[in-house]
Design a protein around this ligand. Structure first.
Ligand SMILES: N[C@@H](CCC(=O)N[C@@H](CS)C(=O)NCC(=O)O)C(=O)O
Length: 326
């Protein structure tokens, strides 16, 4: 784990001393958008037109943020248009690395050893963390975006003219409500598990873990009444929630101390998780081996021995009976 300072790699861990034990996530830095016609998106500059074979995704199977982009690539039929390289689950002194083993791959574009080399290619003086996902433009040789919430919105619509896939996970009429729900889920859950797990004081931990379970309890109630977060159709809000839920019992309960309840203890949430998991194509994006290896073996401050627990036994293929709610 480390970061780039003016284009040079430094091996440093998150500094929570300045923030009374609280983990603070920095903002993503590359914020351009791929659009159907190459015009500028909501942020960043123009010049990134949706084209086949032009863009490349760097992901980790372990990472919940990168996982969102893999799911959208799958559900939006973009696999033949957008190529992918998968980093190794272990993130140690060189940060994310490429190794051709157990589902991880080489860097298919440059044969780099570590992901930070890609950031330096995009910006030789880059300072900041080196995170996945990264959407790379092969044509101009730069990073389009390293912000998953924006990459999934590009995937949702920019390539529709090329794929003919018009599934819409961010429908116009629901945008306000989706944004509002995303905000709570992001603060207390997607990022809440990290705030809980990376906290270095009791107070910081408790200030994250209680709101996290309030949100899970609230979602349980909502999902007892309807199949998905916004009724009968899946939206991006479901997929943003999914990548945290699917990691929860295996990693966040133990490693990040989010252990008031398990997802398995919530009848509706756990059935909802299985329903999403069984959506065609999605199971292939879930790699539990990478997920568990990454968290338990990379975060040496939390788990110094690097021993990976063998359980829990989870079966996301069990029936969910959620179609009855439709
Ligand atoms: N806001 C980013 C967050 C991405 C992120 O934090 N990824 C983690 C992996 S789960 C990472 O690469 N961390 C490396 C680091 O912080 O040094 C997004 O949603 O795309």
């Amino acid at each position: 784990m480390g970061m780039l300072i003016e284009g040079t790699w430094h091996d440093v861990w998150y500094d929570t001393k300045a923030t009374a034990g609280h983990f603070r996530r920095g903002d993503s830095t590359f914020r351009n958008w791929v659009t159907a016609d190459g015009s500028a998106g909501p942020t960043g500059r123009a010049g990134f037109k949706a084209e086949a074979d032009r863009y490349h995704l760097y992901v980790s199977y372990a990472c919940p943020w990168a996982h969102r982009t893999l799911i959208f690539r799958k559900l939006k039929g973009l696999e033949d248009l957008i190529s992918v390289s998968v980093v190794d689950p272990l993130m140690l002194e060189n940060g994310w690395e490429f190794h051709d083993r157990d589902g991880a791959t080489i860097d298919h574009l440059f044969g780099s050893r570590a992901l930070w080399e890609i950031y330096v290619k995009a910006d030789p003086a880059y300072s900041g963390r080196v995170t996945v996902p990264v959407l790379w433009d092969k044509q101009t040789g730069t990073i389009v975006s390293n912000e998953s919430s924006e990459i999934i919105r590009m995937f949702n619509s920019a390539f529709n003219g090329l794929t003919g896939n018009t599934l819409d996970f961010y429908p116009e009429i629901l945008r306000g409500e989706i944004d509002e729900l995303n905000k709570r889920v992001y603060d207390t859950l997607n990022n809440g598990v990290y705030k809980s797990g990376f906290a270095t004081t009791q107070a910081a931990y408790e200030s994250a873990v209680y709101p996290l379970f309030e949100t899970l309890d609230w979602l349980e109630e909502r999902l007892a009444r309807q199949r998905y977060l916004f009724g009968n159709s899946q939206t991006e809000a479901d997929w943003r929630l999914f990548t945290t839920l699917v990691r929860f019992d295996a990693v966040y309960v133990g490693h990040f101390k989010c252990n008031i309840r398990r997802i398995e203890d919530y009848p509706s949430l756990s059935a909802y998780l299985r329903d999403l998991y069984q959506t065609p194509g999605v199971a292939e994006t879930v790699n539990m081996r990478h997920i568990k290896d990454h968290y338990y073996r990379s975060h040496k401050t939390i788990n110094p021995t690097g021993v990976v627990p063998v359980g829990p036994a989870l079966d996301f293929n069990r029936p969910h009976a959620r179609e009855k709610l439709a």
